[in-house]
Ligand binder design. Structure first.
Ligand code: IDP
Ligand code: MG
Length: 147
C-alpha cells in the first residue's frame, strides 16, 4: 500500500530526445508530454554529442554487440538534452517513455505511440531517460556540468 506519510522525493532526471526523434520533428511532442504530465523543465539544449560524451553516457553498455552502432547513431545528428524535475520524475518519465523495444511498447507511451522498428532492432527508440537517482546524478553532470 502507498505510504502517504513518506517524505517527498523531488528529483531531477536526464531526458534525451535521440537523433531519430529530432530528425522526425518530434521534439515538441515529447517535451509536450513531459510538460503535460506536470514536470518542470530545468534545462533544454540542442546539441550534437561527441564520442567522449557518448562513451561516458553509455559506459554501462560498453562491450555489448549494439554498443558501437548505438554510439554512432547517437552522434549522427542533434540531440535535445533536457533536465526535468518533479516528484518521482525518474520513474515517471520511464513510464511515459515505455519499454525499450518500440514495437511492443504500450500504446500511450512515447515509444509505443511514435516509435517502431526500422530494421535496426531497438536502437532507434526516440528517447533516453535516467533509470535511477544515481544514473540521473551521473548523467546530468555529464550533459549539464554547470547544474
Ligand atoms: P533503455 O534506453 O530503455 O534504458 P537500455 O537497455 O539501457 O535501454 O539500452 C540503451 C539503449 O541502447 C536503448 O535505448 C537502445 O537505443 C539501445 N539498445 C539496447 N538494446 C539494443 C539492442 O539489442 N540492439 C540495438 N540497440 C539496443
Ligand atoms: Mg538504460
Amino acid at each position: 500500500m502507498t505510504d502517504v506519510t513518506r517524505a517527498p522525493q523531488t528529483q531531477r532526471t536526464l531526458v534525451l530526445v535521440k537523433p531519430d526523434g529530432v530528425r522526425r520533428g518530434l521534439s515538441g511532442e515529447i517535451l509536450g508530454r513531459l510538460e503535460a504530465k506536470g514536470y518542470t523543465l530545468v534545462a533544454v539544449e540542442l546539441r550534437t554529442a561527441d564520442e567522449a560524451l557518448l562513451a561516458a553516457h553509455y559506459a554501462e553498455h560498453r562491450g555489448k554487440p549494439f554498443y558501437a552502432p548505438l554510439v554512432e547513431f547517437m552522434g549522427s545528428g542533434p540531440i535535445l538534452a533536457v533536465v526535468a524535475e518533479g516528484e518521482r520524475v525518474i520513474e515517471g518519465f520511464r513510464s511515459l517513455a515505455g519499454t525499450t523495444d518500440p514495437t511492443s511498447a504500450s500504446p500511450g507511451t512515447i515509444r509505443g505511440d511514435l516509435g517502431r522498428d526500422w530494421g535496426l532492432a531497438v536502437q532507434q527508440n526516440l528517447v533516453h531517460g535516467s533509470d535511477s537517482p544515481e544514473s540521473a546524478r551521473r548523467e546530468i553532470a555529464l550533459w549539464f556540468p554547470s547544474l
